[in-house]
Design a protein around this ligand. Structure first.
Ligand SMILES: C[S@@+](CC[C@H](N)C(=O)[O-])C[C@H]1O[C@@H](n2cnc3c(N)ncnc32)[C@H](O)[C@@H]1O
Length: 258
């Protein structure tokens, strides 16, 4: 146990006072039956019982490698290293408090944990119970804990985290802009955020095709300036973007000391 308590006790300290967590299979559950959002087709796939078993080994490498432009784009280890660097984690191993939004089976969460120091804490949040059960079963790192919650209504106090990561999920959220506002809210002044999300190829008719895809499946494709433009309007600074054929990586810093 850490000097400041168990991982779950440390997470309880970060929660919004109105949150009412119940312990579940290796995570804190903050979703009551009345809080369940209506799942889109894409989210139903994420909630299937089979996906958590194949996600990290097969689904993630296959789908994301193609979208990152295999064999040129970064592999999973390079992607995690990039996330750590853009979040100010890594070599220095700061005792940072980090949130991994829509953590799935904890693949990126564990990659982030490799960049925090002995007093660091990494919290993975996801809506799918099956993904979280898998995340908890596959995680032995004492700096990592999991929460079941909604990314569009983050259950944490303002300014709780030094760093926020959201990989491979913004395009699934019913309200991605509300989710981004929430991520900025829970970030401390001076904190850093990194997002890996879909990229709409700048081709004729792609906007029309993207709209039809969202309507049918709930899956969104973001234009090159959409996410960066939104964050710029929210007065975030040090905006960085790396573009891949079907994905974009965006990094920002919240103004303030730090
Ligand atoms: C493709 S996985 C991404 C997992 C991991 N972050 C990665 O990069 O591989 C997308 C995850 O988003 C989660 N998700 C979708 N909508 C969510 C929401 N509103 N709140 C929390 N998690 C959500 C799904 O349950 C799923 O586990």
């Amino acid at each position: 146990m850490h000097a400041n308590g168990t991982v779950q006790e440390r997470i309880l300290d970060l929660l919004d006072p109105a949150a009412a967590p119940t312990p579940a299979e290796g995570y804190l559950d903050l979703i009551g039956p009345e809080d369940e959002p209506e799942p889109s087709f894409a989210q139903r796939v994420m909630e299937s019982t089979f996906l958590p078993h194949v996600y990290e080994r097969f689904w993630r490498p296959a789908v994301f490698s193609l979208a990152k432009g295999w064999p040129i784009g970064p592999d999973a280890a390079q992607e995690h290293a990039l996330a750590r660097t853009w979040l100010g984690l890594g070599a220095r191993k700061p005792d940072a408090t980090v949130l991994d939004v829509a953590c799935g089976p904890g693949n990126v969460t564990r990659g982030l944990a490799a960049g925090v120091g002995a007093d660091g804490l990494v919290v993975g949040l996801d809506l799918a119970a099956g993904m979280l059960a898998r995340a908890a079963a596959d995680t032995t790192d004492p700096h990592v804990g999991y929460v079941r919650g909604n990314a569009v209504d983050l259950p944490f106090r303002d300014g709780s985290f030094d760093a926020v990561c959201c990989f491979g999920a913004l395009y699934l959220f019913e309200d991605p802009w509300g989710a981004l506002d929430g991520m900025v809210r829970v970030l401390k002044p001076g904190g850093r955020m990194v997002i890996l999300t879909s990229r709409r190829p700048p081709l004729p008719l792609s906007r029309l095709g993207a709209r039809a895809l969202t309507e049918i499946t709930g899956f969104r494709l973001f234009g090159d300036g959409e996410v960066t433009g939104f964050l710029r309007r929210r007065r975030l600074g040090e905006i960085k973007q790396r573009r891949y054929p079907g994905l974009q990586l965006v990094g920002v810093r919240k103004p303030g000391p730090g």
